[in-house]
Design a protein. Structure first.
Lengths: 270, 193
């Protein structure tokens, strides 16, 4: 079965041109609007089950403190105590949705398990740049910032490297040492790069070239779709910690992991 | 979709941040399950296989959010194909093995179809009644939110064929919603005599 197909000479639409209107699913009559809404509705509880297995695979691949693990202190996920679904909700919440975290905290049964969620709500950092000024290095400005950074570095301009935009970039990259790696992951808009070894014939370069400029204008859904977790699924009582597989990485008995979220002036950890 | 935060979230996930990985999972697991449901496989198992593959390849992935989604859904498709092959091999080896209904594939009586905003399962079942290509194209376009070019790569057809399949699939869905023996035009007439 082919997973790659390109017609020779297939056209790429010029950057900035919108997709043809007949591409858009919402161009269909209103009779399909409810169907589309049902297909793109917010996640149901059962669709957020089963995080434990991917989480185990992830921590096996990215062991804390291992070669691919983060070099800065992470807040471990309280997965054993809260259960996988709530832990995934907290994980999403800690990245800036303070209201969601508060809702989860309010709906969780009282007791030690609910204690870390309130501090996580107040510590959740907004997605704006930590210093409050200068471009947000986690947003679309990242590529420009990276370009400026490599230029400053080439010129040896240590003062320029200490400006607010450069400090935002360092914060987004988790420290000055991480900027190089962070920028390596920021694609130049329009530059193509293979993203997976062994993908025979799969030309991600084409994908990268026409990705966001023209295709985003042709995005099929009118609704945000399965977008940010604004509505957390109703809470269930915390599952009893399973003896295998999903044990929390730190053997601490106190449910404090999310209280140690960094303050906004430090790197915006998840 | 994660949106503007995506590059930062991806970067953190690629460097060991479990919370960032959780956000990536939370964003795509529901659409994955819905896509796999339309395809007719036991969705949860294949989704778990998919995430295992994604974790393995995560550190090497580069791309924006559209490329990310396309990669994850392509991976899901491959794992679904693998699962289908395993099932067929097992069927050959076990005479007593009986196929059991694929996840979510309950027959839908079109006469009583009422598409409710909340009734995702009914909507998925309806899409599942389309031809295989139309069903997959509609699922990838609507549920996965992928542009035509990406869908074309995933299903191995031209963008033109994808557009035709989308158009026909949506037309068929309108017919199914209108009920048996009632054309969309006649239905409109009934509503507005």
């Amino acid at each position: 079965m082919r997973s790659v197909f390109r017609l020779p000479g297939s056209t790429r639409r010029p950057t900035g041109q919108a997709a043809p209107p007949e591409d858009a699913v919402e161009a269909a009559d209103p009779g399909l609007a409810d169907l589309v809404a049902a297909l793109t509705a917010e996640p149901a509880a059962h669709e957020l089950d089963g995080f434990e297995q991917p989480w185990s695979a992830y921590t096996a691949q990215f062991p804390p403190g291992g070669p691919t693990g983060s070099t800065r202190r992470r807040t471990p996920m309280p997965i054993g105590r809260l259960g996988a679904r709530a832990a995934a909700a907290v994980g999403g919440a800690a990245l800036g949705l303070a209201a969601t975290a508060a809702a989860v905290a309010l709906s969780m049964p009282s007791g030690p398990a609910s204690a870390p969620l309130a501090p996580a709500a107040t510590a959740a950092t907004p997605s704006a740049s930590p210093s409050g000024r200068g471009p947000d290095a986690t947003g679309p400005a990242a590529h420009g910032l990276c370009t400026a950074w490599s230029r400053h570095r080439a010129n040896g301009s240590t003062e320029a490297l200490d400006s607010p935009p450069m400090r935002n970039l360092a914060a987004a990259a988790g420290g000055a040492a991480g900027i190089e790696a962070y920028c390596a992951g920021i694609e130049h808009p329009g530059k193509g790069r293979p993203d997976q070894p062994g993908q025979q014939g799969r030309d991600k370069g084409d994908k990268a070239r026409d990705k966001d400029k023209d295709d985003e204008k042709g995005k099929p859904t009118t609704t945000p779709g399965t977008s940010k977790p604004k509505a957390t699924p109703p809470a269930k009582p915390p599952k009893t910690p399973k003896p295998t597989a999903s044990a929390s990485p730190t053997p601490s008995t106190s449910p404090s992991p999310t209280t140690s979220s960094p303050t906004p002036s430090a790197s915006p950890t998840g | 979709m994660i949106g503007a935060e995506f590059p930062a979230v991806l970067h953190r996930a690629q460097h060991g941040d479990e919370h960032a990985f959780a956000q990536l999972w939370r964003d795509l697991n529901p659409p994955l399950l819905r896509y796999l449901t339309v395809a007719g496989d036991p969705a949860e198992d294949v989704a778990a296989d998919t995430w295992a593959s994604v974790v393995k390849g995560l550190a090497r992935f580069t791309g924006d959010e559209t490329a990310w989604r396309a990669w994850v859904f392509t991976t899901a498709r491959r794992r679904a194909v693998d699962a289908g092959r395993r099932r067929r091999r097992e069927a050959e080896h076990e005479r007593d093995w009986q196929p059991w209904p694929a996840f979510g594939a309950e027959p839908v009586d079109p006469a009583v179809v009422v598409i409710d905003r909340r009734d995702t399962a009914a909507a998925l079942a309806l899409v599942g009644r389309l031809s295989p290509l139309q069903a997959e194209v509609v699922a990838l376009r609507v549920v996965a939110g992928l542009p035509v070019e990406e869908v074309a790569r995933i299903v191995g057809r031209t963008p033109g064929a994808v557009r035709v399949a989308q158009h026909r699939g949506l037309h068929r869905l309108r017919e199914l919603l209108a009920g048996p023996g009632v054309t969309p035009d006649a239905a409109a007439t009934l509503r507005h005599p």
